[in-house]
Design a protein around this ligand. Structure first.
Ligand code: GLA
Length: 388
């Protein structure tokens, strides 16, 4: 990374490098913006941003992957419009930093990422968080404040009303464990996964154009479902506050589509708790079953899956040693997460690849999901070299 930096910017004197990981969400999908529970793992796949101060009044940013250089004067940043490309994330973050009172200083940035774009493994949050840290250049900011600032960049500039999960886990992720995050109180606890289980993400290699608009639709549908449910339960502030029993009682008064959306969220929150509990008992069978239930709920009630993800899940479930599988992330493409016994892995990968290739003509990438630590400054440059 140092070599590339020197080639692009002439000098790497005073360079600092910041890293922010991608994530895989094990269970608790589309619950975060309903103030519920999620169980993500920060991955070793990560985005790295190297930075040095610049002597002009500009912010320069180069993406190694896109092989694109972009630059703006610092004064122009608050007035920039969306470009509908990768630069929306750093610009969105820079704008939010300025709004929050952190002056953005002239700098040279180089972005390298091992989180595949469109993989549903949260390359966007990894880019936001790593750029925010690089632009802060070591200035202090609370970790929750940083997560919320990056989330606001996505809301206000990128235009996606996302929940807090991706940014939060990119910052608070822990090596050796998943984190169970309460998206209302913004608190989390580590959840240690049984050593006898392995998790892998299988990338469908597609991201359907529908994803962003469908995400916005789901957020709205949940708000409308809550408006209906509040007539029955006035003290309920979000879907998280409605028990399954209460929901069943009120469901007949809801339009069918809204009832299905709400049912997904309400049952999914319960599945997170049950999954965490099953993990503590090392009950792989129960954990696997909950993953499959989650997928079916996302497929039929929440309708955010797609043919490719359903195929990956259904194929995984036919392979010996697989405990369970589900789509992960926002949906409409991206990845499936599969839980398996470690000795099943080699055969699993080749069978998945062959089946998917035959059906869709694409070669899925398979990534091991080993928990890694959250974002921070990288001082050991060998880590970055090893990242490719
Ligand atoms: C995307 C969003 C998250 C979350 C997931 C679905 O990854 O960024 O906030 O809503 O979808 O669980």
């Amino acid at each position: 990374m140092l070599d590339v930096f020197r080639r692009i910017y002439g000098s790497a004197d005073g360079i600092r490098v910041f890293r922010a990981p991608g994530r895989v969400n094990l269970i608790g999908e589309h619950t975060d913006y309903n103030l519920g529970f999620v169980l993500p793992v920060a991955l070793q796949l990560a985005t790295y941003v190297a930075t040095t101060p610049s002597s002009d009044a500009r912010l320069h940013i180069y993406s190694e992957h896109k092989q694109q250089m972009r630059e703006w004067t610092i004064a122009a940043i608050p007035f920039l419009e969306r470009e509908h490309d990768w630069t929306d994330y750093p610009v969105g973050v820079a704008r939010e930093l300025i709004r929050a009172g952190f002056a953005v200083k002239p700098a040279n940035l180089l972005v390298r990422s091992t989180v595949p774009e469109g993989s549903g493994l949260s390359s966007s949050a990894a880019l936001e968080v790593s750029c925010a840290l690089a632009l802060l250049q070591g200035r202090r900011i609370g970790r929750l404040e940083l997560a919320q600032l990056c989330q606001r960049a996505e809301h206000n500039f990128v235009g996606i009303p996302c929940g807090i999960m991706d940014q939060y886990v990119s910052i608070f992720g822990q090596a050796h464990s998943a984190i169970e995050l309460d998206c209302r109180s913004f608190t989390h606890r580590p959840v240690y996964l049984p050593e006898s289980a392995a998790f892998v993400a299988v990338n469908s290699m597609v991201k359907h154009a529908l994803a962003a608009s469908a995400y916005k639709d789901r957020v709205k549908e949940c708000i409308t479902a809550m408006d209906h449910l509040r007539q029955h339960y006035p003290s309920a502030a979000s879907l998280r506050d409605v028990s399954l029993e209460e929901f069943i009682e009120a469901a007949p008064s809801l339009p069918d589509l809204l009832a299905r959306r709400a049912r997904h969220v309400i049952t999914e929150n319960r599945r997170v708790a049950r999954f965490v509990e099953a993990a503590s008992r090392v009950d792989l069978q129960e954990m696997g079953m909950l993953l499959v239930d989650s997928h079916r709920s996302l497929q039929h009630d929440y309708e955010v899956s797609c043919a490719e993800l359903d195929f990956l899940v259904d194929t995984a479930l036919t392979i010996d040693g697989v405990c369970g599988a589900r789509m992960t992330g926002g949906g409409f493409g991206g990845s499936a997460v599969v839980m398996l016994q470690p000795n099943a892995a080699p055969d699993f990968e080749s069978r998945m690849i062959a089946a998917y290739r035959e059906r869709f003509g694409l070669t899925p990438q398979v990534y091991p999901c080993r928990p890694s630590s959250g974002a921070g400054e990288v001082t050991n440059f060998e880590t970055i070299a090893a990242a490719g």
